[in-house]
Every structure is written in C-alpha cells, then in structure tokens.
Design a protein. Structure first.
Length: 212
C-alpha cells in the first residue's frame, strides 16, 4: 500500500516541478549557479564576479520589462489575467522542455553512475554520454526539426559544436562505432515509446522513494 501511495504522489508532483522548471530559470537558478561557480574558483577575483552578477541582473531586468511589465502597462486586460498568462506560458514551456530532456536521460535503460570517494566516475567522458543518454524517434525528420535535433541527445552531447541538421547521419556512425567497441547505444523508435518508458521509470522511482 505504501509503495502504491508513494508512486502515485511522485507521479503527480513531478509534473508540477516539470512545469515550474523555467520559472526557476528566470528567478533563482542563475544566482545559485554563479555563487556555485564563485566557490569553485571560476572567477578571477571579486571584480569579475560582480561584473557577471550585474550582467545577470541587467538581462533579467530587460526580460521582465518586455515580457511582463510592458504588457501590464499597455495591454487592456486585468493584471491578474496577464500574470496568469505569463505563468501559464512558463508552466507549459517547462513541461514541454522537461519531457524532451527527461525522455533522453531518466529512462529504464540508462544508468546513473556515482563517483567514488575521490569524486571520480569510472567511465571516460564519451562512454559516460552513451550509458546515460537515450535517443528517440530517429526517423522522424519533422519532429527532429521541431525540437532542434534534441531527439538525437547522444550526438547532441558528443558533438555540441555540430549543427543539429547533421545529427541523423552522424548517429549512424556513432551507433556503428558503439557496436564495434561493445558500447551501449540506447534508442527508442518513437517519442511515444520513449515517453511511456519515462513514465515507467517515474513509477520505479516513486516506488523507490516510498521505501526511503
């Protein structure tokens, strides 16, 4: 019974977090990351950190100005309607983006390697991309164009500087090379299959969370 409750609750609230993902991006995520990078020593002194922090604040100000403040001033609708439209836009975008990426990473076939006590993961970078990533709908040209080639997530990781229009042809080479060296190459025939597998993975995680 506890497993079933944990699974149901997890499968419900995870979609809320998916929807809130871009809300996180436009509010706190950049500030959290820049502070993390500061602690990791990525900035040359306090001056560079302050400059980048100012850039973040400036660009967020520009974004909120034309996406939210100007509509509140100029659009002849109640403020709550505009706020609801703004939130709905981000919530739908968050769900769409999350589904695209989660079906490439949180899947029953992929693995989630953990670092050792020294913080080192056993596989090298290229192998890590293969074992932790899944492609889907490789023959759906329009769908691939629609999502910017992100259905070829393996190639997206391995060749980040290559335009996505080449991913389909590159994927044939990558999959053949993976088979040659006995490496996994996860691919689902369609997005629907990948999405259903992701739902199955969420159920597994829900059951696991109920045991914690």
């Amino acid at each position: 019974m506890l497993k079933d409750i944990g699974c149901i609750v997890f499968n419900i609230y995870i979609w809320i977090f998916y929807g809130l993902s871009t809300i996180s991006w436009i509010t706190v995520k950049d500030f959290v990351r820049i502070n993390r990078y500061k602690k990791m020593g990525f900035f040359n002194g306090e001056g560079e950190f302050r400059k980048e922090l100012l850039n973040i604040i400036l660009w967020k100000g520009i974004y909120y100005s034309y996406v939210l403040i100007l509509p509140l001033i100029m659009v002849p609708l109640p403020a709550e309607v505009i706020m609801l439209a703004f939130f709905s836009m981000h919530f739908i975008t968050g769900i769409c983006i999350s589904i695209i990426f989660q079906t490439a990473h949180v899947m029953p076939d992929t693995v989630f390697p953990q670092p050792n006590e020294k913080g080192i993961i056993a596989n090298d970078w290229a192998v890590h991309q293969l074992v932790t990533t899944t492609n889907y709908a490789p023959r759906r040209r329009f769908f691939s164009w629609l999502i910017g080639g992100l259905n070829f997530q393996i190639e997206h990781h391995l060749f980040p500087n290559v335009c996505h229009i080449h991913y389909q042809k590159i994927s044939e080479i990558v999959s053949e090379t993976a088979r040659e060296f006995g490496m996994p190459y996860h691919v689902k025939k369609s997005f629907i299959i990948a999405f259903c597998d992701h739902i199955r993975m969420l159920r597994q995680l829900g059951r696991a969370s109920s045991r914690i």
